[in-house]
Ligand binder design. Structure first.
Ligand SMILES: [Zn+2]
Length: 342
C-alpha cells in the first residue's frame, strides 16, 4: 500500500512540476477559444443576509453542554493536569502533499530525538501523558509506538489518518479514515483508542456523530470552556466528554516557524514557561483542569524540553496535583456527572 501510494504521489508530483525552461522560442500565440457559458452555481448568502434561524442552526451543530467539573478531584487533589503530545512528525508535510526532504526531516526529528527526550522526562517525574497519533505517523514509527506503550502508563489516542483537515472531507471519507486510523492504532499500540484529538483541532459537522458511532469516550479539540463539558450536537447531549484545549496552551504558535512565509516566532522558552505557569496557577486556584498540548517535533528540542521540565517541577512543588491521562480524567468526570459512556 505504501509503495502504491508513493508511486501515485510521484505521478502527481511529475504532473504538477513544471519542466525545465526550454531554450526554444515560445510557440506562436493563438486566439483563445470562446468559453461556453457555465450553469450558474447557487451563491451562498452573505453573513449579513442570514436569518436568525440560520445562524442558530449553524452555531448549534456542535455546542458546549453541561459543565462536567467534579465536586472534587481524586484524593482531594486541587487540580487535574493532562499533558498531551501530538505525535505528528512528517504528517503535517504529507497532509499537504509536501515532498520536501528538508521538511520531512524536521518532522522525523519528533520520533528520532524529541520523543525519547520526552519519554525520559516523563519517566523521571513518574507522570503519565496522552499521545495523539496520526495513523500514518504510527505506521512510519512503529518502534516509537512500542516505546510509548512500554512505559506502561501512557495513553494513545486518535489524531486522524494523515493529519487531514476534517472540514474538507465528506462524511463517508471521514468515517473511512476514522475507522482505518482506529484499526492501525489498535494494532500498533495494542489497545483501541477511546479518545480523539482532531488534526489541527479541525472539526466537520460529522466529526462528533462519527466519534459516537465508533464508541469514543471523549474529545480534546474544542475550546468553549476551561472546564470539562458534555458536547451537544444539534441540541442533543451526546454523552461525549470534552477536555477543552486552547492555542494559549499549545507549543506550536509560540515556536513553529515557516521557512517559506513570514512566520517567525520570536518567543523564547522562558516567555512560554511564564504563560503556562500563569495558566496552571489560576487552574490550581480554581480547582480546575489544566490541559497542555505539545508536539515532540516542537517541544522536544533541547532548551524547550528543559523548560517543560521546569514547568513540571513547578507543578509538582504544589500539593494536590493529579497528573493523569486524558482517558483517566474523562472517565472520572463522566462518572461523577452520571454521563452514560459507552
Ligand atoms: Zn497534530
Amino acid at each position: 500500500m505504501r509503495f502504491g501510494a508513493t508511486a501515485a504521489f510521484t505521478i502527481l508530483w511529475l504532473a504538477i512540476t513544471p519542466h525545465p525552461a526550454s531554450t526554444q522560442s515560445p510557440p506562436p500565440q493563438t486566439p483563445s477559444p470562446v468559453t461556453p457559458a457555465q450553469p450558474r452555481q447557487p451563491v451562498p448568502p452573505r453573513a449579513w443576509e442570514l436569518s436568525e434561524a440560520q445562524i442558530r442552526e449553524m452555531v448549534g451543530r456542535v455546542r458546549a453542554g453541561r459543565d462536567l467539573s467534579p465536586k472534587a478531584w481524586p484524593n482531594g487533589a486541587r487540580v487535574a493536569v493532562g499533558l498531551s503530545f501530538d505525535f505528528d512528525n512528517e504528517t503535517v508535510t504529507l497532509r499537504d502533499a509536501g515532498t520536501s526532504v528538508s521538511q520531512l526531516s524536521q518532522g522525523e526529528y519528533g520520533a528520532r530525538a524529541g520523543l525519547p527526550r520526552i519519554l525520559a522526562l516523563l519517566e523521571r517525574h513518574t507522570i503519565p501523558a496522552s499521545f495523539f497519533v496520526p495513523a500514518v505517523s504510527a505506521l512510519l514509527h512503529e518502534p516509537s509506538m512500542k516505546a510509548i506503550v512500554r512505559a506502561g502508563i501512557h495513553e494513545v489516542g486518535l489524531h486522524g489518518w494523515i493529519h487531514e483537515r476534517n472540514s474538507q472531507l465528506d462524511e463517508a471519507t471521514e468515517r473511512d479514515l476514522m475507522k482505518r486510523s482506529l484499526d492501525v492504532l489498535e494494532r500498533l499500540a495494542g489497545r483501541r483508542p477511546v479518545g480523539m484529538r482532531t488534526p489541527s483541532w479541525d472539526y466537520s459537522p460529522y466529526t462528533i456523530t462519527l466519534a459516537k458511532e465508533f464508541g469514543l469516550l471523549y474529545d480534546s479539540s474544542l475550546m468553549a470552556d476551561d472546564r470539562p463539558y458534555e458536547v451537544v450536537a444539534a441540541g442533543i447531549p451526546t454523552g461525549m466528554v470534552e477536555l477543552p484545549v486552547e492555542w494559549i496552551l499549545d507549543d506550536a504558535p509560540y515556536f513553529n516557524m515557516d521557512r517559506f512565509t513570514g512566520i517567525r516566532p520570536t518567543m523564547n522558552q522562558d516567555e512560554v514557561l511564564a504563560i503556562w505557569k500563569g495558566e496552571f496557577d489560576v487552574a490550581y486556584e480554581e480547582r480546575g483542569l489544566f490541559i497542555l498540548t505539545m508536539h515532540p517535533h516542537i517541544v522536544g528540542h533541547r532548551a524547550r524540553a528543559a523548560m517543560l521540565d521546569r514547568l513540571i517541577t513547578h507543578m509538582k512543588s504544589r500539593p494536590g496535583v493529579w497528573f493523569a491521562t486524558h482517558e483517566q480524567i474523562a472517565r472520572y468526570v463522566a462518572r461523577g456527572a452520571g454521563v452514560a459512556t459507552q
